[in-house]
Ligand binder design. Structure first.
Ligand code: GDP
Length: 314
């Protein structure tokens, strides 16, 4: 049983490859919901959607979000009507948000709504939101505090970041199955996802960090920082704002209380050497997932590292 903590971009690429290598029932995906937003009265969960779509084989390859081959008639029409249109929602993607919103309005939890949508899409691995309660990632900038999507999509992560907080996290509880999936896993993997705004909100839900510290399973992370910079997106600026070095050492520091193994890129070999001196297990491999082969090789290497006996038996 492998449990993965993930966001929606780097995480989705890794999950895409991992699901090819493992039977669905052996995979549990715990997904960030700190980026969720109310959009046109709909409950949109961008990271849950990316993970649902990638596992269903529907994720747009070109965009890395939304549904492959989708059209954008509705958002164009909304713009013409004068509604906000900076968050691009595809027409087929809209079906997911409409369904989720209806399910939530009829009293289902986010976990139940996600399971129903997953079943309808033929998705078998267990996909769990980190919490059924609302936790909102808020980014403080010189022009005021923004929601994550306002910062990331509307402002294209240009504003200087002063700090990040997770509104509602203290009162939230892990979604049903989350703590069990960490406690009973054979291995736990933190996908190459933003440590501050994808993994950070998950870790901010009371009980999850402790479960990672207490699980007997090895906990591994794949660094989203390669050669001193994020592979994509604002992870570097966000880590710096939280006082972390923008390096594999910064990733190790973010997870230091529970991490057993850090998987870094080959070009971080020298940084890996100094991390090893501090007692952490560090493995170097190619972690840049451009092609299907890159993704498959990384997922296979990670599986071999975290479940050596299964790999030997196989
Ligand atoms: P989000 O929820 O859309 O922000 O997605 P994630 O947090 O899952 O992914 C964003 C992170 O993935 C960024 O910090 C990137 O540096 C990292 N990332 C994206 N592609 C790759 C890749 O091919 N390899 C590695 N190692 N990291 C990646």
């Amino acid at each position: 049983m492998i449990t993965v903590l993930t966001g929606g971009t780097g995480g989705a690429k890794f999950v895409e490859a991992l699901k090819q290598l493992l039977p669905a029932r052996q995979l549990t995906l715990i997904v960030n919901t700190g980026d969720d937003l109310d959009w046109w009265g709909l409950h949109v969960s961008p990271d849950l959607d990316s993970i649902l779509y990638v596992v269903a084989g529907m994720l747009s390859k070109e965009r890395g979000w939304g549904v492959e081959g989708d059209t954008f008639e509705c958002v164009e029409a909304m713009g013409r009507i004068g509604a906000p249109a900076w968050f691009r929602v595809g027409d087929r993607d809209l079906a997911t948000h409409l369904t989720r919103t209806q399910l939530l309005a009829s009293g289902r939890t986010l976990t139940q709504a996600t399971a129903e949508i997953a079943a309808a899409l033929g998705v078998q691995p267990s996909i769990l939101p980190m919490s059924d309660e609302r936790v909102e990632t808020r980014v403080a900038t010189p022009a005021g505090e923004l929601s994550f999507q306002e910062y990331f999509v509307r402002e294209r992560y240009r504003p200087e970041v002063r700090s990040v907080r997770f509104l509602g996290a203290e009162e939230a509880v892990p979604a049903p199955g989350v703590l069990e999936a960490i406690a009973h896993a054979d291995a736990v993997v933190l996908a190459p996802s933003n440590p501050i705004t994808s993994i950070g909100p998950i870790l901010a839900v009371p009980g999850i960090r402790q479960a990672l510290r207490e699980t007997e399973a090895p906990v591994a992370a794949i660094s989203p920082i390669v050669g001193g910079a994020a592979v994509s997106g604002p992870a570097g600026a966000l880590m710096a704002a939280q006082g972390l070095p923008v390096s594999v050492a910064g990733v190790a520091q973010a997870y230091e209380d529970f991490l057993d193994l850090l998987i870094v890129d080959e070009r971080d070999a020298s940084a890996a050497e100094s991390l090893r001196k501090s007692g952490l297990q560090v493995h170097c491999t190619n972690t840049i997932m451009k092609t299907a082969e890159d993704k498959a090789a990384l997922a296979a290497a990670v599986l071999q590292l975290i479940t050596p006996s299964a790999a030997r038996a196989g």
